[in-house]
Write a protein that binds this ligand. Structure first.
Ligand SMILES: Cc1cc2nc3c(=O)[nH]c(=O)nc-3n(C[C@H](O)[C@H](O)[C@H](O)COP(=O)(O)OP(=O)(O)OC[C@H]3O[C@@H](n4cnc5c(N)ncnc54)[C@H](O)[C@@H]3O)c2cc1C
Length: 411
């Protein structure tokens, strides 16, 4: 059986490694529109901050040789003929398959694609983006940068640039940062604290109206309010689009059930897959590394003869790089809110039927593992959650509690 993957990203690399470790000996071909060995995009902000590229090739730089893969790199898959079981790339390469693992991820979405024609404007999604930004910062001795977008990725980028020593302005269209990861109170708390602690100049409820460029190179941006910001680097982090068009003809992602099949010969996983929420959310694009890896493992197990079902995705996120001020959340922010807050922390859990339906932890991630455990275990916590949130202990205390979680919660 010949297996072909579209993508060499986190989902595809995990899938292929599991196949080989499980004894799959037949031909495997992996295609990517980038030139790299499999890498982890999660590590890119560390590289942007100027830290060593230790973990970026998370399964080893020799991945293709070690797992006997035919790697077709710099090949953009443009069309998949599911009837015939073959795909075509932009360069005209045609590859047949018995089973296709479609894990093409997502790409940066640019509100104004024409900005990319200006030197100094970048997306922040791929290792290739990262390498181009790094080169540009060094060659142009960049001192000032603007990031557009105050979501998870935009903040990750802004904090990394600040860590590297640049003056950073962040422009966000909303009145608070991280509005998808937080509710109104948690988001406001996070925004106020980040304003005080990060050293970033935030421009809230603001949009970039135009770029100031000279001889094709960025010199600054002008906001709709008329404010001008001097900068020679602009990172646009305003969202992602799933790369589903080659398979489905449309861009909204690929809907799959718990078998992760789009059809009997095509498996789908990672950021491009529309999946069920494991606990209480709607079907959606749940673009995190743990979801991608869990899906890849189920797909590989089934190719190896198993009959596994995907347990669903979680929208659990932790922003914790380059500033000792984490923001952690998961689930839906609906139901009875139980809150503990002081001048440094904001901890809120939403309960439905006594169980955690969603949570937000700002300023402190010590409780994160414990609350996550309570959330996924579906324990009833109504009787003691207020005490748990108000109790300020070290991380080791919560680790020890996790071993005892059921007894501690039921007593
Ligand atoms: C800056 C950044 C920070 C992140 N931080 C975190 C974090 O802290 N925690 C977390 O859980 N998640 C994080 N993520 C998200 C995480 O990286 C993704 O959820 C994960 O990589 C998804 O895996 P994937 O295989 O679906 O996609 P990817 O790893 O993006 O791989 C997609 C692959 O498809 C290829 N491809 C795309 N289109 C085509 C085409 N047409 N033809 C051929 N190949 C194609 C690409 O080259 C790539 O090889 C971060 C993402 C970014 C960008």
């Amino acid at each position: 059986m010949k297996i072909v993957t579209v993508g060499t990203g986190m989902a595809a690399a995990e899938f292929v490694q599991q196949l080989r470790l499980g004894g799959f000996d037949d031909e495997i071909v992996m295609l990517s529109d980038e030139p790299h060995a499999p890498y982890s995009p999660c590590v890119i902000p560390y590289l942007l901050a100027g830290e060593p590229p230790n973990n970026v090739y998370w399964k080893g730089r020799d991945f293709y040789q070690r797992y006997r893969i035919t790697a077709r790199l710099n090949e953009t898959v443009v069309k998949i003929d599911r009837e015939q079981g073959r795909l075509r790339t932009a360069s005209g390469l045609v590859e047949g398959y018995d089973k296709l693992f479609f894990a093409a991820g997502s790409r940066s979405w640019f509100p104004r694609p024409e900005w990319l024609g200006v030197e100094g404007v970048f997306g922040f999604k791929t290792l290739s983006d990262m390498q181009a930004i790094d080169r540009y910062i060094e060659e142009q001795a960049v001192r000032r940068a603007v990031v557009v977008g105050g979501g998870f990725i935009g903040l990750d980028a802004a904090l990394a640039l600040r860590h590297r020593g640049l003056q950073v302005s962040l422009v966000h269209c909303h009145e608070r940062l991280l509005e998808r990861m937080t509710d109104a109170d948690g988001g406001r708390f996070a925004t106020d604290q980040l304003k005080q602690r990060s050293g970033i100049a935030f421009h809230m409820s603001a949009e970039v109206a135009s770029l100031d460029s000279r001889n094709g190179q960025l010199h600054g941006v002008r906001l709709q309010s008329g404010t001008a910001i001097e900068a020679s680097l602009l990172i646009v982090a305003t969202g992602f689009k799933p790369n589903s068009a080659a398979l489905t003809g449309v861009e909204g992602g690929v809907a799959v059930g718990d078998d992760l099949l789009a059809d009997p010969r095509v498996l789908v996983a990672g950021d491009v897959a529309v999946t069920r929420h494991a606990i209480s959310g709607p079907d959606g694009l749940y673009a995190t590394a743990p979801n991608a890896i869990a899906q890849a493992r189920v797909a590989a197990a089934n190719i190896l003869g198993g009959n596994e079902r995907y347990a669903g995705s979680l929208n659990a996120n932790i922003l914790r790089k380059h500033l000792d001020f984490p923001v952690v959340s998961a689930g839906l922010f609906e139901g009875e809110a139980v809150t503990f807050t002081n001048d440094r922390l904001f901890r809120r859990v939403y309960l439905q039927d006594g169980r955690i339906h969603g949570y937000i932890l700002v300023g402190d991630s010590r409780l994160a593992g414990y609350i996550y455990n309570l959330y996924v275990s579906r324990e009833s916590v109504a009787a003691n959650i207020a005490g748990i949130l108000a109790d300020i202990r070290g991380e080791s205390y919560y680790r020890s509690l996790m071993d005892l979680a059921p007894a501690a919660i039921n007593c």
